[in-house]
Each structure stands twice: as C-alpha cells, then as structure tokens.
Design a protein around this ligand. Sequence first.
Ligand SMILES: [Zn+2]
Length: 72
Amino acid sequence: MTETPEFESFEGSEIEKSFKCPYCNEKISMLLDISEPGRQIYFEDCEVCCRPIQITYSSDQGRLVDFFAQKM
Ligand SMILES: [Zn+2]
C-alpha cells in the first residue's frame, strides 16, 4: 500500500500562499486562514526587509478567491 494523502493537510483551514513583497520584491510566503468566509485583512512584516505589508484576501468555502499584498 503506497497511498499517501499528501494533500490532506490542505483540507484544513490554512493554505500557504506565496507572493512578492511590495517593497523589496522578494518572494515570501505565509499561511492564510481560509476557514472564515469573506474578506480578511492582515498585517505581516516582510521576512526579508522587515517592512509592514498589508495582506488583504477573500475566501469562500475553503478556497482563496482574492489576494493582495500592499504597502502600508
Ligand atoms: Zn520585503
């Protein structure tokens, strides 16, 4: 038996999203909680340049439907 449910972890409430930092243009990633439907706003410091990024995203039924990373 080689059944490996490798996508199992994505059925939960969090997904990993990669995006470019609006300041330094480095690719970074973060975990998004998509268990709550509707629009969410987060503030996250870039792990490369440490400047604050405003993360805005929307989710619907466990799927990410919209994502923005903006300078504050
Ligand atoms: Zn940065």
